[in-house]
Design a protein around this ligand. Structure first.
Ligand code: FAD
Ligand code: NA7
Length: 537
């Protein structure tokens, strides 16, 4: 790292998504000088990058926003019960303008490396734009679904058509009348396929693992709905923040087998009609992701729905999952029905793997060359730690986070790593698995208090106090996250939630599955104990 410093601030915040924006505000309000750097050309984070057709949050609109600006919360509009990407982006732009935060932000600036300097107790941050920055505190809001997973295939360079990853979407591309291939059918692939199927000439969906998808229940947000939310907003947030997933429904405490077959059907059908993936998985019965028997009942219910929606038995067979219903729950706006179009086809990659990309498209092992004008990689992300391990972030012992996390990413509370003083991660490894804005807020507010404690004392004493978590705290937290997830079927399904989607990445626990309510209690106890998991020097 070039150690020439060009600019010194109290805190550097990296990333201008939900996390970075709020962190910036909190630290500015505290009186710190803050520089927020962002690789993209503007704010938005996830909602800047993911502009693909059909991009939508699957958290209900009234809970996919900040809870801390009461006045704004009651006024700022939303058009449907789920937000499309343009609406979320506009909302975040509005927040930044409303709180006058843009002046602290520097765009088109990537943090390319960072190093702790024990002599000055500061972080030196190297940027893509040249000059290094120096700060007492480094807060990373770099996102947990942000570093693209872009699998490489033989011949991929030969392909002459358009090639896009969903997470780096071009501002303009007209799919109308085009022959399109979509690789991947996670949340993103499902949204893209559902959207473009209506207007492309031909759509070939390359699927490695079929998914269980339930309806979203998206509808127009009526004035009556808005009035009801407004009248109850305090209670709604309280419930969400005390619940496990913060999706706005009560998680079920009823084991599936404790009720009759008829009752099970009724509960599933009711959740199906209401919509929302998390509600179906966690609002119906308490043991769908812990009991194989309960899981199979939920899976059977969804499978029968798929069979009822897809006319062609061969397509239905390919689209119907047989493994556990144990990945991030998905919801849709008519995904399966799109396969009733003659021009929409499904290729099962386990039956016919991709052998190579050609000039014209994709060749599969059954000898077919699929000719395509555009290929969309909806292949997901190197989730959670991807943005940390792809650059050099060096702590006290000349060790990078990448080296430290070779056996799996760990932290204390999803926030702090021993030997990386004054570094705070928003949504770092082993943070809560929830609707994310309320978890982000919880973490940002905790970080702010922690910094206030140290910064306040440095103003008095003239020295910088250093905050560092302990090895024991990190070890105990990691062990707890591991233990909580031991019985979860999520662990048996390969997905990004346990780091199983990126070749070469070690499978490990990446989330705290105790729920937001409990997580908030843990953070409260941490504050009340005088931060027993940290030491200050
Ligand atoms: P992000 O929004 O990911 O922002 C991180 C920012 O950091 C990015 O702009 C990136 O460019 C920048 N950055 C990263 N590394 C660097 C660097 N080295 N230097 C400079 N800048 C850097 N969550 C939900 O709760 N509900 C949903 O319904 C939901 N839907 C989603 C749908 C999609 C398609 C995706 C991808 C994610 C979804 N998520 C959802 C998760 C979503 O990421 C979070 O809800 C939230 O937006 C995360 O905000 P963040 O600020 O932590 O990170
Ligand atoms: P996901 O959920 O990781 O889905 C990625 C999809 O891409 C999934 O269907 C994968 O199949 C498929 N994939 C990944 N790599 C390959 C290769 N090499 N070949 C074929 N298919 C592949 O990412 P999303 O973007 O959909 O969603 C991520 C989260 O963002 C989501 O949960 C929301 O929170 C927002 P697999 O299932 O691994 O067999």
């Amino acid at each position: 790292l070039d150690h020439t410093i060009h600019s010194k601030v109290d805190a550097i915040v990296v990333g201008a998504g939900f996390g970075g924006i709020y962190m910036c505000k909190k630290l500015v309000d505290q009186g710190l000088s803050v520089r927020l750097i962002e690789a993209a050309s503007d704010i938005g984070g996830t909602w800047y990058w993911n502009r693909y057709p059909g991009a939508m949050s699957d958290t209900n609109s009234h809970l996919y926003r900040y809870s801390w600006d009461k006045e704004d919360l009651l006024k700022y509009p939303w058009s449907r019960t789920y937000l499309r990407q343009p609406e979320i982006l506009k909302y975040l732009e509005h927040v930044v303008e409303r709180h006058n935060l843009r002046q602290h932000m520097q765009f088109n600036t990537m943090m390319t490396g960072a190093e702790w300097n024990p002599e000055t107790n500061t972080w030196t941050v190297q940027t893509s734009t040249g000059p290094n920055l120096e700060a007492n505190y480094l807060v990373t809001g770099v996102g947990l679904l942000s570093k693209q997973n872009f699998p490489v295939y033989p011949g991929i360079d030969k392909y002459k058509g358009k090639l896009y990853h969903s997470g780096a979407w071009p501002k303009q591309y007209d799919f109308k009348g085009k022959r399109v291939g979509v690789l991947g059918n996670g949340s993103t692939g499902v949204q893209i396929i559902t959207d473009i199927a209506d207007y492309v000439k031909q759509l070939v969906c390359f699927q490695r693992t079929p998914q269980y998808v339930v309806p979203s229940g998206d509808k127009v947000a009526t004035p009556e709905h808005r009035a009801e939310v407004n009248a109850n907003y305090d209670a709604i947030w309280k419930q969400a923040k005390e619940s496990a997933f913060a999706f706005g429904f009560e998680e079920s405490t009823t084991p599936l087998m404790s009720v009759s077959k008829e009752e099970r059907e009724r509960v599933f059908e009711d959740a199906w009609q209401k919509g929302n993936g998390f509600r179906f998985m966690f609002g119906t019965f308490s043991d769908i992701v812990t009991s194989e028997e309960a899981n199979e009942e939920a899976a059977k219910f969804i499978r029968s729905k798929i069979r009822g929606k897809v006319n062609d038995p061969e397509k239905a067979r390919k689209l119907t999952p047989t493994d556990f219903y144990a990945r991030r729950p998905l919801c849709d706006a008519g995904y399966y029905e799109k396969f009733n179009y003659d021009h929409v086809d499904i290729v099962d990659l386990k039956e016919a793997p991709i052998t190579e990309f050609t000039e014209k498209g994709i060749k599969t092992a059954d000898g077919i060359e699929h000719e395509l004008d555009a290929i969309v990689f909806a292949t997901g992300f190197d989730a959670v730690d991807g943005n940390y391990t792809s650059i050099s972030i060096k702590g006290k012992n000349d060790e990078t986070l990448k080296q430290r996390w070779a056996d799996g990413a760990t932290s204390y509370l999803g926030l702090s790593v021993p030997d990386f003083p004054n570094l705070f991660m928003i949504l770092g490894p082993n943070g809560p698995f929830t609707n994310l804005p309320p978890s982000i807020e919880t973490q940002v507010e905790f970080i702010e208090e922690l910094i206030a404690r140290s910064f306040g004392s440095s103003a008095e004493t003239g020295s910088n106090r250093v905050i560092e978590t302990t090895t024991k705290a990190e070890h105990d937290w990691t062990e707890m996250c591991d233990n909580i997830s031991k019985d979860s079927l999520f662990r048996k399904a390969d997905s990004w939630i346990f780091g199983a989607n990126v070749p070469g990445k070690k499978k490990s626990v990446l989330f705290y599955f105790g729920g937001l309510g409990q997580y908030r209690q843990v953070l409260d106890a941490e504050v009340k104990s005088g931060y027993k998991g940290y030491h200050f020097y």
